[in-house]
Design a protein around this ligand. Structure first.
Ligand code: FES
Length: 148
């Protein structure tokens, strides 16, 4: 099966019903995308399919064939952090960082769909991404800065 990930074509051996998360981590060694709950509840495995945030642990490979997938490894370009990554860095958001890739990918999806979200819209959109360290106030700050 052919996948387009971070602008590169990959031929993978997995069955169409294998999850995107399994293939990213175990076959392609793109381990920036995290396994958290495995049940679509925590957001740690969030990647982009086109401009849409998807839970890679709940996404069968067959559903993303021919779609442009972006993982956390594909955000920075030419040695420069993506503006969302830069905003999170400047807001000193993370503690353990396990939720970071999913948070960042969801934020990118949010700002592509709504470049100037209200606080309520940010909270509603990011509601499915869990941070066990409770860094939510700093995440909110970072997203507001990234939206400026
Ligand atoms: Fe996919 Fe938790 S690991 S949502």
């Amino acid at each position: 099966m052919e996948l387009l990930i971070n602008g590169e074509r990959h031929t993978v051996k997995a069955d169409a019903d294998a999850t995107l998360l399994q293939v990213l981590r175990d076959e392609l060694d793109l381990t920036g995308t995290k396994y958290g709950c495995g049940e679509g509840q925590c957001g740690a495995c969030t990647v982009l399919s086109g401009n849409t945030a998807v839970r890679a642990c709940q996404t069968p490979l067959g559903a993303v064939q021919g779609k442009a997938i972006t993982t956390i490894e594909g955000l920075a370009k030419d040695g420069k952090l993506h503006p969302v990554q830069q905003a999170y860095l400047e807001a000193d958001v993370f503690q353990c960082g396990y939720c970071a890739p999913g948070m960042l990918m969801s934020t990118v999806a949010l700002l592509r769909a709504n470049p100037n979200p209200s606080e309520a819209e940010i909270i509603r959109f990011m509601n499915g991404n869990v941070c066990r360290c409770g860094t939510y106030p700093r995440i909110l700050t970072a997203i507001k800065e990234a939206a400026k």
